[in-house]
Design a protein around this ligand. Sequence first.
Ligand SMILES: *Cc1c(COP(=O)(O)O)cnc(C)c1O
Length: 674
Amino acid sequence: MKDEFDSIINIENYEKYSQDIKDGKFFGIESAPIIEAEKKLLSKDGKSIAYFSMEYGLAPSIYNSFQTNRPIDKSNILASNTVFSNMGYIDSFFEIKVNKLLDIPIYSGGLGVLAGDTLKSSADLGISLVGIGILWNKGYFKQSFWFKYGQVPEEMKWDPYTYPGLIPLNDIIKIDIKDGTLFLKLWKYYVYSYDRKNVVPLILLDANIPQNDGRKRSLTDQLYRSDEVLIKIYQRIILGTGGVKALEELGYSIDTYHLNEGHAAMAFIQCAKNTPADEMDILSSKFAYTCHTPVVAGHDRFLIKDFENVLSKDEISLLKKYGLDKSNPNFVNLTTLALNSSFNVNAVSKKHCEVTKAQFPSYIDKIKAITNGVHTHTWVSKSLAQLFDNYKEIIGDWRRDPEKLKNINLLKNNEQFINDLWQAHQQNKRILVELLEKWRLKEDVFTIAWARRIAGYKRPGLLLYNYENLIELAKRIGPIQVIFAGKAHPNDDIGSTYINEMLDKIDKIGSKEEDYIKIIMLENYDTYYAKILTNSVDVWLNNPLPPFEASGTSGMKAILNGVIQLSTLDGWVVEAEDKNIGKIFGFRAGSDIGSEANLRLKEDSDALYKALEELMSLYYQTNQNGKPSLKSKWLDIMINCIAASSFFNTQRMVLDYQNFIWQKPTKTYQLNTK
Ligand SMILES: *Cc1c(COP(=O)(O)O)cnc(C)c1O
């Protein structure tokens, strides 16, 4: 195997890695699928896809764990996290023991997790695809809470050289820019299918090598963190331009370039540089673009003047031709560039498609709706997977085809199944109770979670808006346990203020009422916590201000595990409104986009408490000393949730990509420049 591996994959310092790559194994997993995948990507008559994304959420602690025979640097292990709760007397003495491998620290939130799940489902489907991303040497950031100060971001350290499964290549690419050459080292990580029969490689670009001066070396330090425009521009050049060069360096023959968000749009400029004018339409037909951002201000815009400090005349004129900002011709807009250059464009839910079309009316003909999903095998809990297997006769082969989960509807009147489902859920809840052992949560108490990136439009503290109401509910209906988690972007003052305010309110609630109400805020939310929370709580709370949540995916992880939704009507939830997967409350968006400045906290928190009261009442009617009341609607809703997840998964999404945006035009197509 060494020879075949060696001839295809040019590993730096092979000897060091040979302990883990030998005898037909790659870090403990069969390596034959790697050779297969590499051969397909190298094949000249192939139909391979290159998928570009600034971030990838990949976490061996929940999927695809590699083994290693070498010591792992301490910095790659997350040992413990502190907790902030209304029981401060516990917080000061105890931590949560985690002890797991860090997620590869190259993502910040849902966009990255979606990119990771996309690679996994592509592998499941045996698609010849390669991911392109960046090796962020200092990750995103490490979060710690300081009472009265809110979130304090700290720089994080990790060691890619001892991270199991991550391999450095000898390949180095060069990008010529005005102030000298930028060198980028390539890394590889293999993402296996659930049955380990296929893989998808992920290529990561890294500027932190001695060939670059100190300033250039820091270009791939931190994801989305930069106070300097020029660094942001460089990072986009690294992903787009560097990505295309990396594919050439590795000899991959690519038929479709998929830009996950406009960050990667420079890939088109790089390809266009070497394309004759009369073949630009053909080039464009190879580009697909997934737009995620419903806020105009969220799209990347840069002064042409700043680009001129870096790029050549040719590149600037291409940028001006395809990427000029519509409202100000001194700017290049990467969304405009992606929209113009890509023959295929998709928004990430039906609602988001409407919003995107309203925002970019000149592109309505090409914008399609392909709703996001989650990777079933990553997000399903052990106990629910076991349950689905036990009822395989009726459900079918849900592992190979998650759509089969809709057959769960056939089990609605099966008392044994309903009991088993409840028990499987309780088993997950016990995992949460154990994680937070010192805080003494109870498995028979109504438990709700809000966890995701902290951003203004997501309204993280809505449940605490008038916390007296929450305490009153808990005393009148039954006790409540609340878990919050999430990071705010370090430059997002509003987000940090939110955290501050939440910590303050949690402290004010205090431990006086702890028999009724326990509120816990977890530090350093990541996919490991996401999995535990989405698997275990009774209700998943999602309260963005419509229509600013393009899709949202955490609720999809929850429904797969039968966790009931309490949500505003936004993103993916609009498509599940008629499926009775919980309670929908609050403001409903009309056809205009409205303003993010008016967060409607008062009205929507009132609506939230009302909806919560109904769910809590139903829960306490259902849960009778640990046994479910079989007639209860609660279990019906849990089953509806699982049935709905037959659609909201990345296998369906990737098949939609294949059918709708990785397709070439059937008739001649005129490239947009406006
Ligand atoms: C799934 C996931 C998200 C996405 O959450 P939304 O509710 O869709 O915003 C964010 N962060 C992590 C760690 C996740 O696993």
